[in-house]
Design a binder for this molecule. Structure first.
Ligand code: SAM
Length: 209
């Protein structure tokens, strides 16, 4: 993925996004993060950041941690990177791939300190429920990527999905649920604000590996 910069002759010159990490290009393998960030620091990963900037605020608030946002929609990745560049945040990168690829091959086992999943698509129709992110494969992949005592923080406004998160993650035997209520970090994502304004009940779930 490239962004275009106007040249003095009026044409567009492609220029790489500086914080974009493409597997097989900037990322040669799952052990590459210390080389990419230029240091070894705890890794914080968010899956599906959408048009929300929680991870950018978190990276600014936690300069001692490195932050990787995973998002499969290219225009959301481009908006995120433009904002990261505008704010000049050094400790954040975007991985423009699906959660399946990110968790399956972009992080060493036990290398992630925090995993955040906020308002994943709820797929409310029963026949679509298999498209939900939090499934047994996800519990296994998240448990593999997270270090022992690492945290997985999730939120949703969808009651059945919250129940599925609890069932799947606790049922995997790899996670302990630490809270079923308001938490942890004190940020509201775009979707959280939207659903709160519409009076929806929000569930925050925190799990420890
Ligand atoms: C409903 S939005 C939530 C955005 C944001 N987290 C918030 O709370 O405002 C869900 C986002 O997850 C992304 N997404 C869905 N499934 C994904 C997957 N398997 N891998 C990566 N991103 C995914 C979508 O493209 C979308 O941007």
């Amino acid at each position: 993925m490239t962004k275009r910069k106007r040249s003095s002759r009026g044409g567009g010159v492609p220029e790489p996004f500086p914080r974009l990490v493409v597997p097989g290009r900037e990322l040669a393998g799952p052990a590459d993060w210390p080389r990419i960030f230029g240091r070894a620091a705890p890794l914080v990963v968010e899956i599906g950041f959408g048009y929300d900037t929680f991870l950018l605020g978190r990276a600014e608030a936690c300069p001692d941690r490195d932050h990787v946002g995973v998002e499969r929609d290219p225009s959301r990745v481009a908006a995120f990177l433009a904002e990261a560049e505008r704010r000049g945040i050094p400790n954040v990168r975007a991985l423009p791939v699906s959660a399946e690829i990110a968790l399956g091959s972009c992080f060493l086992p036990g290398s992630v300190a925090e995993l955040h999943v906020y308002f994943p698509d709820p797929w409310p129709k029963v026949r679509h429920a298999s498209h939900r992110l939090v499934q047994p494969w996800f519990a296994e992949a998240a448990a593999r990527a997270l270090r022992r005592d690492g945290v997985l923080l999730c939120a949703t406004d969808d009651g059945p999905y919250a129940a599925q998160m609890l069932d799947v993650l606790q049922g995997s035997g790899a996670f302990r649920c630490e809270s079923g209520d308001r938490p942890h970090l004190g940020w509201e994502t775009k979707f959280e604000s939207l659903w709160r304004r519409r009076g929806r009940e929000i569930r925050h779930l925190a799990f420890r590996r």
